[in-house]
Unconditional design. Structure first.
Ligand SMILES: Nc1ncnc2c1ncn2[C@@H]1O[C@H](COP(=O)(O)OP(=O)(O)OP(=O)(O)O)[C@@H](O)[C@H]1O
Ligand SMILES: [Mg+2]
Length: 444
């Protein structure tokens, strides 16, 4: 055996005793104290109480340790005892919106829009797997080689995604997204994610039953924005929401929430978004809200929008407002219903009124990057008229993205439709004298 192997073996043994001792002390702690008795306490108080007990146990029965080692051991034992190990303090921090574990040694968080690496690590891959087990078993799921991928919503509302080797080549990966109190459109405007008058315009469009698609890349705030917009659906309408993992938090009373279901361990029982969209049509909805369209359900949604369910909303993953309409076309053609491309284009042109595209900027801020109006109809090639565009300024030394929202006049026929619904167009937009199309890239 070479020196290197011997060293490695030694390190391994060290890790195992270290690990052994954490679980040993955890056992000892749990034999001294009943966690249920602490359920009434705040997390921080619970932690303090447990730390005290572990401290006592260590002084009585433990090895001689430096203050630093002792502090670290106490913290680890308590983390373990409290459930999600080293993730626990991160989950307690209200400013943390996302926790990303890339194997046992790399933990990143997103705090106030910025991603940073934290110092804590898991003791080993085993310990990480135990934590994963604890997370997914809360929702009666299992992660192992035969089902190495799980996406679930925790009882406390967080969304968790787990993917483990061999699918992940970087060890077990956990992504936890947390949902703070949802933003209203007014709050998003106050944060600068859109301007006040665009917020007023979008609210009017929703009330006037325009069909609106929210597009953007991963994590650009699509779900957040959808939630904010859906706040303008009137109380007296019957709204059905359809999602893969329920994140929307509509405040209206008459809301029916549907959530799709993955297949069970035997691979049966799957209910897709598409099944739910089709079923929702038999539920007499006034509006249908689809969390995200990703496949063939797009065609069903377009058909629903074209057959009396105006005022429906959905999000789609796309790189621009223009890209979004093409994505809808491509996704619709994934349906097994074989209809010609032109016919699908017809459906998109007729169904979709407005695309709101969101972008994430270099400083972590999220904004409405463009709002486009689908101006083409029937078989025509897609054409979007711009209503709004964010024009960023060069970034200064403070590394904050600033810029201007550029507004374009609302085409006459759109204004007519808004007025017919008893709504008004905010003065900041103005109404175009005629319906000559504007182009993105040209000032009004
Ligand atoms: N305008 C905003 N300003 C600041 N933070 C925001 C804004 N919009 C969303 N967020 C935050 O960004 C994170 C991602 O938001 P959200 O889930 O809405 O994005 P998404 O585009 O739906 O993501 P995904 O692609 O995973 O579905 C959340 O933590 C959310 O609170
Ligand atoms: Mg989303």
């Amino acid at each position: 055996m070479g020196l290197k192997d011997r060293l490695n073996e030694g390190r391994l043994a060290e890790q195992q005793t270290d690990l052994g001792s954490v679980s040993h002390w955890r056992q000892r702690l749990l034999s001294e104290i009943n966690l249920d008795d602490l359920a009434m306490l705040e997390m921080q108080q619970r932690r303090t109480r447990l730390e005290k007990v572990v401290g006592h146990l260590l002084s009585r029965e433990g090895p001689v340790l430096s203050d630093r080692e002792r502090g670290a051991l106490v913290r680890r034992v308590v983390d373990e005892a409290l459930g999600l190990g080293v993730l626990e303090p991160l989950l307690e921090d209200e400013n943390v919106t996302e926790i990303m574990v890339n194997g046992p040694d790399h933990i990143y968080i997103e705090r106030r829009g910025q991603v940073e690496r934290v110092e804590t690590t898991f003791a080993s891959e085993d310990q990480l797997m135990q934590t994963i087990d604890r997370i997914v078993s809360q929702v009666n799921r299992r992660v192992d080689e035969s089902s190495p991928m799980v996406d679930a919503r925790l009882p406390t509302g967080e969304r968790v995604n787990v993917i483990i080797p061999p699918l992940s080549l970087s060890g077990p990966i956990v992504t936890i997204r947390r949902f703070p109190k949802p933003f209203t459109l007014r709050e998003l405007a106050a944060k600068g994610s859109l301007d006040e008058s665009t917020a007023v315009l979008l609210a009017a469009l929703i009330r006037a039953r325009f069909n609106v698609i929210i597009s953007g890349g991963t994590g650009t705030g699509k779900t957040t924005f959808l939630n904010a917009l859906s706040g303008f659906c009137p109380e007296d309408e019957r709204i059905v929401t359809i999602e893969d993992s329920a994140e929307l938090q509509l405040q209206q009373e008459h809301v029916i929430r549907l959530e799709s279901r993955p297949p069970n361990m035997e691979g049966v029982g799957q209910i897709t978004i598409r099944d739910l969209v089709r079923n929702s049509l038999r539920m007499r909805p006034d509006r249908i809200i689809v969390g995200e369209v990703r496949g063939a359900e797009t065609l069903d949604m377009l058909q629903a929008m074209n057959t009396g369910h105006d005022g429906s909303l959905a999000t789609v993953h796309a790189n621009s407002a223009d890209d979004a309409v093409y994505r809808l076309l491509t996704l619709s053609s994934m349906s097994e219903v074989k209809i010609p491309f032109e016919a699908i284009r017809d459906q998109v042109n007729n169904a979709i009124d407005v695309i709101v595209h969101l972008s994430r900027y270099a400083d972590g801020s999220r904004r409405v990057g463009e709002v486009g109006l689908v101006a083409s109809s029937r078989h025509e090639e897609f054409r979007l008229d711009p209503l709004l565009r964010f024009v960023p300024e060069p970034m200064g030394a403070e590394r904050i993205v600033r810029g201007k929202f550029q507004r374009f006049p609302i085409p006459r026929h759109v204004a007519n439709r808004v007025h017919a619904a008893g709504e008004t167009i905010p003065a900041a937009f103005g109404v175009a004298a005629d319906d000559t199309p504007q182009e993105f890239g040209k000032a009004p």
